[in-house]
Design a protein around this ligand. Structure first.
Ligand code: AHR
Length: 616
């Protein structure tokens, strides 16, 4: 491998090159990154009509001691369903209350993770015909072990109208499969609505589950595309994500059923929270909005602007606090504008009847009001010129390992003129991928090296999907796997960690000598470490073949005074078998392994079969 590090052979890599794509899929947000523990907190998941299914809430007590129903008496206009609980204990000596009382419980998303010493904020709205004495507790899944509990008492006059209750529970023990209970032994009628339980300690205090957000921060993403994917489109428009219904106080959000990935979300993780997440990660937000097209229905171009209201959405993110939508954002605690500079018009809708017409409407309207915003089309401009104006074109690829490996050259021949590529979804899928194999990761590493080398035409790239709750695997594979209390990165996640320094770095000219097996792909960069101000070199090589390779690396034209070589390391991602995966039991079976190197200027290195190696 010959590396020419001279200035004339080098070029800057865009600051935006590597980021992440968050989609509400696989319970990535609800029951995932969003730390809310209660599922269906407003009792709306069964639909707006009553009687409504309150799943996954369940009843404690039998019909002789408690009657639970739903009505439309909530104080929240956009989500009228409330839960009504009639407690009949001891009325005639035959209705005996179980000890501990009767009530309801919520198991969260496949069990709540309650940890000893940690505090949880419980909020709920209550109304009653009489005085109340309600026990709020976290218990084991069978209700037998109490992890934390407190009592809320109020007089009849205090709760004759809807009243907000707020308590802190500190856990005395740990249980990864807990539930939240609201119980009472006091007869009467009680209504509940909008029941929330959040850990007090969340990422940057903004409601994101710490360990999951930290996995994202470690990728150092330069952008975050959100909230989908198909989630943005919906099978039907009526079920598509509506940003306006996802902002404002959480209690007032109606929530919605995502009919592509087939689950309800309370929309606690809404448009505001995505923008906040981007800011917290130091990443640029990329908002994908529905352009009036779902999988099965479409809005006519003539009426699409009022239907989607994208300009209001941009004003929500960027308008000052005195603007109509900027003031809504400010009231949510963020008076400063968010740094929204990119929007994508739709997702995978290019071939659809109204796409071009709808797209142009948005393009013109947005460019007129916000000329600096960069717009992303769904139509692929990598092979043929596009017939409409755009700043970037979206490119998605899900394929076999061999295909993706050879696609490391995909953008070599793309025209250098015109809009740039945003590879916003890529992954190896199918049998090569298992549920996240080394084989898939190696092909992806080669593909990413190809993007890095073509970063004059590819300006952004993100793996998809990002997260999977192992209890609801709707799409396979994914980068980060979790359940209520555990998390691990698949090999594909670890590949992304090799590229954390690439965005904004300098690409060097790296040429491989004729490789008879065509199994090697390599690149080299120099990057500046903001912590010590030093410039470092990083060489990355994928060996996709089944033989080890003795690679001679020579670096020319490097200024040893400005680029740091001493203390160099070799980091390798490989494993005994190509189909090896990580798991909760062996979370780092396939993870980078680092060793020290002697001399990085003129060196030979043994590349293991089926491996990804970086020399730093
Ligand atoms: O990443 C999973 C899905 O794949 C996305 O929702 C969609 O854009 C693509 O088809």
């Amino acid at each position: 491998l010959f590396i020419d590090a001279s200035e004339q052979s080098s070029r800057p890599i865009p600051q935006t090159l590597f980021g992440i794509f968050f989609e509400e899929i696989n319970h990535a947000g609800a029951g995932g990154l969003w730390a809310e523990l209660v599922s269906n907190r407003g009792f709306e998941a069964g639909g707006a009509n009553i009687p409504s299914n309150i799943d996954p809430w369940s009843i404690i007590g039998d019909e002789s001691s408690i009657i639970v129903s739903t009505d439309r008496s909530s104080c929240f206009e956009r989500n009228k369903v409330a839960l009504k609980m009639e407690v009949l204990c001891n009325t005639d000596g035959t209705h005996i209350c179980p000890s501990g009382g009767v009530g309801i419980y919520n198991p969260g998303f496949w069990g709540m993770n309650i940890e000893q010493g940690k505090s949880y904020k419980i909020v709920f709205y209550v109304r009653s015909t009489g005085a109340i004495d309600i026990s709020v507790s976290f218990t084991s899944s069978d209700g037998l072990q109490t992890l934390s509990s407190t009592n809320i008492k109020a007089s009849a006059s205090d709760v004759s109208n809807w009243t907000k209750m707020e308590v802190l529970l500190e856990a005395k023990e740990t249980n990864h499969n807990s539930r939240l209970q609201l119980t009472t032994s006091k007869n009467g009628v009680v209504w509940f609505d909008q029941v929330s339980a959040m850990p007090l300690d969340t990422y940057k205090g903004h409601g994101f589950r710490n360990e999951l957000a930290e996995m994202l921060a470690d990728i150092k993403p330069r952008f975050i595309r959100f909230p989908g994917g198909c989630f943005v489109e919906g099978e039907w428009l009526r079920n598509a994500f509506r940003w306006k219904a996802s902002v404002g106080p959480w209690e007032e959000r109606p929530g919605h059923f995502g009919d592509v990935w087939m689950y309800w979300t309370d929309d606690g993780l809404g448009y505001f929270e995505f923008l906040q997440l981007a800011e917290d990660l130091g990443a640029l937000p990329i908002w994908v909005f529905n352009n009036g097209i779902s999988h099965n229905d479409q809005v006519d171009t003539s009426s699409v602007l009022p239907f989607v209201q994208a300009l209001d959405g941009i004003e929500f993110a960027r308008g000052d606090a005195s603007s109509t939508w900027g003031s809504v954002r400010a009231a949510m605690g963020h008076p400063e504008p968010f740094d929204l500079k990119y929007v994508a018009i739709g997702n995978e809708d290019c071939g659809k009847k109204n796409y071009r017409g709808n797209y142009l409407k948005f393009y013109d309207a947005i460019k007129r009001t916000y000329p600096d915003i960069k717009i992303i089309t769904n139509c692929d401009g990598s092979s043929l010129p596009l017939d409409h104006p755009t700043d970037l074109y979206d490119f998605h690829v899900y394929t076999s390992a061999n295909n993706l490996f050879s696609m490391s050259h995909k953008f070599d021949r793309t025209t250098r003129q015109g809009p740039k590529a945003f590879v916003s979804e890529y992954a190896v899928t199918g049998k090569d991928a298992g549920t996240g194999s080394l084989l898939a990761a190696l092909a992806e590493a080669a593909f990413l090296i190809g993007l890095e080398k073509n970063s004059d035409v590819v300006h952004m790239a993100s793996y998809a999907p990002l997260f999977v709750n192992s209890n609801d695997r709707r799409w396979n594979p994914d980068a980060i796997v979790f359940n209520s209390f555990q998390v691990y990165g698949t090999p594909s996640y670890w590949v992304q960690r090799f590229f954390t320094e690439s965005s904004g770095a300098t690409l060097l000219n790296a040429t491989l000598q004729k490789d008879s097996s065509n199994s090697l792909v390599a690149s080299a960069i120099t990057w500046k470490n903001s912590e010590d101000g030093q410039t470092y070199i990083r060489i990355k090589v994928v060996n996709f073949g089944s033989n080890s390779v003795n690679l001679q690396i020579s670096v020319d034209g490097l200024d040893p005074n400005s680029v740091k070589l001493s203390g160099s390391t070799k980091t390798t991602l490989t494993s005994a078998n190509l189909m090896d995966e990580n798991s909760f039991k062996e979370p780092k079976k396939v993870a980078p392994n680092q060793t020290l190197l002697e001399d990085a200027q003129e060196m030979s290195a043994l590349l293991r079969p089926h491996s990804f190696t970086s020399f730093d």
